[in-house]
Design a binder for this molecule. Structure first.
Ligand code: ZN
Length: 270
């Protein structure tokens, strides 16, 4: 009996000494880092507290325009502190010229209340991001389409009908109407939007710890608000609804309000 107690004490002591943190991903503009460690008390990135789930998982996202010094400070139960320094070089993006229906550049007056309501719905859904404190994304990441044909990359500066417009905050995959669209990771549907002016029919998924993915312009949605989905699950059919030049899937990823390159997720192998 005494021997058992001694072993237990030794195991506890060695666990308290464990301060190793393993990382997946890359600290780069539009990239994410997934960290996992034991006995972590707190994680701070540039002095901002980062959520850590029960199993010691945390995720950091670096915005499209992130550059310069980032310091990650991890505090452990045994009072040890470990810091990591990243220096991000500014990433250059290309310009992309598109010609679209005039109403999508200057929406008609009568559409403005609808557009404002849709922005409110999106804002309300995003306000809950961060409340899901388990790392559902640990299931890993898969592509949303069966055949991969990237038509527009992440981050480009859009020129719509000759005028400087928004940044393209996602990746466009070529699709034909009715193609299967899959969840890129385990998640919960936090907004299934129908017939939005810009987004068309779309799904917003929460993958936990602030990571979200959005699938725009679909012809049909196959999941509902609040539904739990698995990595690779069929969530809808591709289309060309909303502001789209033709049928395609726009996949957007964010970590809170930071714009993440979806392609940086697919490089991560668990
Ligand atoms: Zn797009």
């Amino acid at each position: 009996m005494k021997k058992n107690i001694l072993i237990l004490v030794l195991i506890t002591a060695s666990n308290l000494l464990a301060q190793e943190v393993k990382f997946l991903g890359e600290a780069k503009p539009g990239g994410i880092l997934i960290g996992r460690g034991e006995n972590i008390i707190s994680v701070q990135l540039n002095k901002i507290n980062i959520q850590v789930d029960e199993s010691g998982i945390f995720i950091l996202g670096f915005d499209r325009d992130a550059e310069g010094a980032f310091q990650l400070i991890i505090k452990f139960k045994n009072k040890k502190v470990v810091s990591y320094d990243y220096n991000l070089e500014k990433r250059e993006y290309e310009e992309q010229s598109l010609h679209i229906a005039g109403k999508y550049v200057n929406p008609p007056r009568k559409m403005l209340p609808k557009i404002m309501n849709e922005q409110k719905a999106m804002k309300a859904a995003r306000a809950d991001v961060g409340k899901l404190k388990s790392a559902l994304f640990l299931s890993g990441f898969v592509y949303p389409m069966d055949s991969l044909d990237v038509r527009a990359v992440f981050g480009s500066q859009r020129i719509l009908n000759g005028k400087k417009s928004n940044i393209h905050n996602g990746v466009d995959f070529h699709a034909v109407v009715g193609d299967s669209v899959h969840a890129i990771s385990d998640g919960i549907v936090i907004l299934a939007g129908n017939n939005f002016f810009y987004n068309g029919n779309f799904i917003l998924l929460d993958h936990g710890l602030g990571l979200t993915s959005v699938y725009l312009h679909m012809s049909k949605l196959l999941v509902n608000n609040g539904q739990r989905v698995k990595k690779g699950e069929l969530i809808g059919l591709a289309g060309g609804t909303g502001r789209a030049t033709g049928p395609h899937l726009h996949l957007g990823v964010q970590w809170f309000n930071k714009r993440i390159d979806p392609m940086s997720l697919f490089e991560i192998k668990f």
